[in-house]
Design a protein around this ligand. Structure first.
Ligand SMILES: NC(=O)c1ccc[n+]([C@@H]2O[C@H](COP(=O)([O-])OP(=O)(O)OC[C@H]3O[C@@H](n4cnc5c(N)ncnc54)[C@H](O)[C@@H]3O)[C@@H](O)[C@H]2O)c1
Length: 458
């Protein structure tokens, strides 16, 4: 029999936590769900990871850690899978029916029209309708737009004619995840979490559970939609500010001003928060979250959030700007872009992770391919193929015989590049830097024709 935690007082909940008598299900054990499941299992709770990906489930059950680029979890993974504290399954009905607390860490991407796609959450919501009964607690960790929980997911779990009733047959809360890939453990231990729910009592139960497992501050929100709005606001703030510095970068290139010098000095003022220009904004969060806000606002009036719309346009145009910088540099050495060989250094959407979701590199490669260039890719986080293209074994292999290189992702492996060596390896020593890692003067002293986003001082 599963537990209805809303019927327990704080000391009874505490007893469940200290005796590890809660059983936990995490539905969706990907980038965020697996580390979450590992933390619950590591705290001593019997945890079931549920996923539709057969291969992932087999890997986990055979002790093969799937998130190699996510530090600090590998040892925990080894311990909890050996002790069978964490097991994985594809069978949602069986997994969920045995658990008191069900966390949903399902993907919330967007379609090719930039409309948020909540299919995974809604399909799991339907399954929950068939298996929940005894007042289990469902916690949505996925990022969704304000109102989605109240208007869509709640109705789906309740089912036609409200066959199940929230507050009685199940409880529904949100605790949006805010961790950063590559630093998830650090963020789990440090970042405060937001909690909102449909019925108030369950917020404090969820808080007690999360404080026990993660030891972080919990911020109680008045409802689910406010908690989800906070999560979107923090990410869309970044998308908009990156668009601002990207626009400044374009201007500074014309004005002969170096954007990194400006940001470095500006950040010495107490109320300036530095953001940096780049080849676009990718990943599963920032671009999607802007479109989630836009989707939410257009249901009221399409006139809302013009600044977010504009920011998206600017950030989405950056790959074109990168190609323009490349063409400009190539024309300085009288090399046509057409039929040239371009080395792409870094494809991940951000440094130090193996992740190409909505990566600007994909759009840059697409534009270059349409312009008949030959692409050579090197990214230390991708070993054989990416975007259906071969990956070179080393940076030297990528640069050898190339007409130009574009440094797209600021992986730690690209810090302190041996510019002297590489200028001799390349057919044409031409470098476009999207990361700010290369000092323009060093590049020039080592014989490069150099262009960098926002580098207006050369
Ligand atoms: N990755 C991040 O940087 C990050 C950070 C904070 C929040 N989030 C949010 O967390 C949520 C999960 O993101 P993620 O990056 O972990 O996604 P992910 O794609 O890495 O993992 C999602 C997992 O869910 C599984 N899945 C898909 N449909 C399913 C279904 N119907 N039933 C069971 N499993 C199913 C997939 O197979 C996958 O393993 C999203 O809402 C995302 O916006 C992500």
């Amino acid at each position: 029999m599963t537990k209805n935690l809303s019927l327990l007082d704080n000391s009874q909940i505490e007893e469940c936590l200290t005796s590890n008598s809660l059983r936990i299900a995490v539905v969706g054990i990907g980038r965020i769900g697996l580390p979450t499941a590992l933390c619950f299992a590591d705290s001593g709770f019997q945890t079931i990871g549920i996923d539709i990906n057969n291969e992932l489930v087999s890997m986990i059950n055979s002790g093969d850690y799937p998130l190699k680029d996510e530090p600090e979890f590998d040892k925990i993974f080894e311990n909890v899978t050996q002790q069978r504290k964490l097991v994985a399954t594809t069978d949602i009905s069986k997994g969920v029916s045995e658990c008191d607390v069900i966390l949903l860490s399902l993907p919330t991407p967007m379609d090719d029209q930039n409309i948020p796609d909540y299919t995974a959450l809604l399909s799991v919501g339907k399954s929950l309708n068939e298996v929940l009964s005894n007042g289990q607690t469902v916690i949505v960790e996925s990022t969704v737009e304000p109102g989605f929980i109240e208007n869509e997911l709640l109705r789906t779990i309740e089912g036609p004619n409200r066959a199940l009733k929230v507050g009685t047959d199940f409880h529904l809360a949100v605790c949006p995840e805010t961790a950063n890939p590559g630093e998830i453990m650090k963020d789990f231990k440090k970042l405060p979490r937001l909690v909102g729910s449909i019925d108030g009592r369950i917020s404090s139960v969820v808080s007690q559970i999360y404080v026990h497992v993660f030891g972080v501050e919990l911020i109680l929100m008045p409802n689910c939609k406010t908690a989800n709005a906070v999560k979107l606001t923090t990410n869309v703030f970044r998308d908009v500010n990156i668009a601002f510095v990207n626009e400044l970068a374009l201007l500074f290139e014309k004005l002969g001003i170096d954007i990194y010098t400006v940001i470095d000095a500006a950040k010495r003022k107490y109320n300036f928060q530095p953001h940096f220009p780049g080849p676009g904004v990718g990943g599963p969060c920032l671009p999607v979250n802007s479109y989630q806000y836009l989707n939410s606002s257009k249901k009221i009036d399409t006139g809302f959030l013009k600044i977010v719309k504009h920011a998206r346009k600017i950030n989405e145009n950056m790959p074109n700007h990168v190609v323009n910088l490349l063409s400009d540099a190539l024309s300085e050495s009288n090399t046509p872009l057409n039929n040239s060989t371009i080395a792409i250094l870094g494809v991940s959407y951000k440094p130090n992770v193996h992740d190409i979701q909505i990566a600007p590199s994909e759009e840059i490669i697409k534009i270059l391919t349409e312009k008949n260039t030959k692409i050579k890719i090197f990214d230390p986080y991708f070993k054989s193929q990416v975007f259906d293209l071969a990956v070179e074994k080393s940076i030297s292999d990528a640069l050898s015989g190339s007409d130009a290189a574009i440094l797209i992702t600021g992986h730690k492996e690209f810090q302190n590049l041996d510019l002297k060596k590489f200028s001799k390896t390349m057919k044409n020593p031409i470098l476009v830097d999207c990361t700010g890692l290369v000092n323009p003067l060093d590049a020039k002293e080592n014989g490069f024709i150099f262009r960098g986003i926002g580098r207006g001082d050369i």
